[in-house]
Design a binder for this molecule. Structure first.
Ligand code: ADP
Ligand code: MG
Length: 246
């Protein structure tokens, strides 16, 4: 019997080529222990792959940041398994985890995280400097990334000379400069007004489609949900595809 047209299945293997980009199985994350323990995630299963914009909703304290930090390899699950590109994050050495993050994942944060005394282009180029890319390649990739977010004309501007929305777009360009397969964005529009927030989310939507990457975006902004392919809800550390009944 043959399975024509499907990828070969190797039971028990973690082949990075065949594996989904993100795979969480029964993930828990507990902060502290004993009577004061906080169960931030309680048995989360999640599989993500392909060009998709996945929005994670949930009220403050529900576990969104904890989930994103585990998916992004910034934090480790207390139990369960978390794989990115087929690699079990818990079994990687710190150095390997850093490399996986660098090569596969781009991060976007609520507070932009730009370096104030660097220009937009220099900020976008920071991950490439860390990765020791050569100057010519760095320049080209920075140009492409700034172009993707519509800021080619602002390359020389410092963060203070840009609006909040423009600063977040610089941060998006920085997240894209290594051509990641996965974008992890924690409340990327949390510091923006509603109109600017929508512009930034539309930009993310376009990038997902044009770059074919997976974006996992935490927000509690209901207006942004219409742009998502998938909406997930976190409630008390549990993930669901059904909106909570309130
Ligand atoms: P959200 O991003 O949805 O607001 P978080 O993932 O930040 O939620 O937090 C989930 C729960 O875990 C909350 O109860 C929060 O107080 C707790 N928590 C988060 N980080 C820590 C930490 N470093 N130490 C202790 N508790 C934490
Ligand atoms: Mg949070």
């Amino acid at each position: 019997m043959s399975d024509v047209g499907t990828a070969p299945i190797r039971p028990g293997s973690a082949d990075p080529v065949d594996a989904p980009l993100v795979e969480l199985r029964a993930v828990t994350r507990t902060y502290g222990s004993g009577r004061t323990a906080v169960h931030a995630l309680r048995g989360v299963d999640l599989s993500l792959d392909g060009a998709r914009l996945v929005v994670v909703r949930g009220r403050s304290g529900s576990g969104k940041t904890t989930l994103l930090n585990i998916v992004g390899g910034l934090d480790l699950a207390t139990s369960g398994t978390a794989r990115v590109a087929g690699r079990d994050l818990a079994t990687l050495r710190e150095r390997e985890r850093v490399l996986l993050r660098r090569e596969t994942i781009g991060f976007i944060f609520q507070s932009f995280g730009l370096i104030p005394f660097l220009s937009a282009a220099e900020n976008v180029g920071v991950p490439l400097r860390i990765a020791a890319a050569d100057a010519r390649e760095r320049e080209e990739r920075v140009r492409v990334a700034l172009d993707l977010v519509g800021l080619a004309g602002h390359a020389a501007h410092r963060p203070a000379e840009l609006s909040g929305g423009q600063q977040q777009r610089v941060a998006i360009a920085r997240a894209l400069v290594q051509r990641p397969r996965l974008l992890v964005a924690d409340e990327p529009t949390g510091h923006l007004d509603a109109e600017t927030a929508l512009t930034v989310m539309r930009q993310l939507r376009e990038i997902v489609d044009s770059q074919g990457l997976t974006a996992l975006v935490a927000t509690h902004d209901a207006q942004l949900v219409g742009l998502a392919d998938t909406v997930l809800y976190v409630r008390d550390g549990q993930l669901s595809s059904e909106p909570p009944r309130t």
